[in-house]
Ligand binder design. Structure first.
Ligand code: NAD
Length: 325
């Protein structure tokens, strides 16, 4: 589907971006990555070790208009994944979050407006845009009441993509992605990507810190399923101009998740801890997605079970832990 297509992936050295680039290269795309290796985020050159000879890597910033003007030229698709992803940091340093997530998106869209209106944009937003759920499962018409700055800037970036689709006819799709886990996620700290942090703790045979009573429900998606959804929406004409939830639709509590990880890893143990104040402030509570819309329009559905996803993730880090710990 992507054979000989020119594709730009912003944030392509990160967790989702690198997994996407690997699949795009496998499908024959010519991939260009732009990533600024923002400290404490997921950017890691090891992530693209298997495709390094097949991609062009540009260490630059999506906020740099001159870089972006150049990079968007002649691209068929732009997957926009560069972002400030740390919920807690977004409250500590909201201006950085605003600049990367909103200004960065606007710089990209302006580059497209002036230099390549024919490209298609797929934006990776978050289920955090909904804030606390008032009904479950959450469909795309659910109210959006973001709980933190990260979720506000994602929602704003989404609206910008939709405005440029509507007004300037730059075709765009916005995804509201649930908690995603799997190979190539940063494992250095616990400030975002709690699933992968649980995996590290289990593999290190340490206590897995489950906050509160562990009963909060989440929808956990394996990264390969997410990548397939991105490929599927990008290549479905009717998908453009829409917002889609991407998740499994299956609720799992943090306690059950921790127990499963311990069982699959064969090490580690669960431990309840109090919520830290900064976590509590941005914690929206239960969430699981209604994925009817994406299924109906694109035919995509998740395929990897939680047990299988955990097993594959642990296998990956057993091989490559020194690159991530
Ligand atoms: N992982 C999830 O569960 C999840 C869920 C919902 C949405 N998302 C969104 O998906 C996108 C990718 O997330 P991820 O989990 O792969 O995170 P990640 O930290 O692994 O990847 C993000 C990448 O963006 C790069 N980056 C940050 N600011 C940049 C800038 N100004 N210019 C260029 N590059 C920049 C970072 O260096 C990093 O490599 C983010 O926008 C995130 O908000 C992720």
């Amino acid at each position: 589907m992507f054979n000989n297509k020119e594709v730009l992936v912003t944030g392509g050295l990160g967790f989702i971006g690198s997994n996407l680039c690997i699949e795009l290269v496998r499908q024959g795309a010519h991939v260009t990555i732009i990533d600024n290796m923002l400290p404490r985020q997921g950017g890691n050159l090891f992530n693209i070790r298997d495709i390094v000879g097949n991609v062009t890597v540009n260490i630059s910033d999506v906020r740099n208009q001159l870089s972006m003007n150049h990079l968007v030229k002649e691209k068929d698709y732009v997957f926009h994944l560069a972002g400030q992803v740390n919920h807690v940091d977004s409250m500590k340093n909201p201006l950085q979050d605003l600049e990367i997530n909103c200004q960065g998106t606007l710089v990209l869209l302006e580059a497209l407006r002036h230099f390549n209106r024919d490209a298609r944009v797929i934006f990776a937003g978050t289920r955090g845009e909904y804030g606390s759920s008032v009904s479950l499962p959450v469909d795309e018409d659910h109210p959006t009441n973001p709980k933190g700055v990260y979720a506000v800037t994602n929602l704003t970036a989404e609206k910008l993509v939709l405005v440029y689709d509507d007004v300037f006819k730059i075709k765009g799709i916005c995804l509201r992605i649930t908690n995603t886990y799997g190979p190539r996620h940063q494992m250095a700290h616990d400030e975002y990507g709690v699933f992968n942090w649980f995996i590290r703790k289990a593999m290190d045979n340490e206590e897995i810190p489950v906050m509160g009573d562990g009963r909060i429900l989440r929808d956990f998606l394996y990264v390969e399923d997410l990548i397939n959804s991105m490929i599927k929406v990008a290549t479905t004409e009717e998908a453009y101009g829409n917002v889609f939830n991407v998740g499994t639709g299956i609720p799992v509590s943090f306690f059950d998740l921790a127990r499963k990880i311990v069982a699959v890893a064969g090490s580690g143990r669960t431990k309840f801890t109090e919520f830290t104040q900064e976590r509590k402030e941005v914690e929206p509570g239960d969430y699981y997605a209604d994925i009817t819309r994406i299924k109906k329009i694109t035919g995509w559905a998740p395929a990897i079970s939680l047990d299988e996803g955990i097993a594959r993730t642990i296998d990956f880090y057993r091989q490559f832990r020194r690159e991530y710990w």
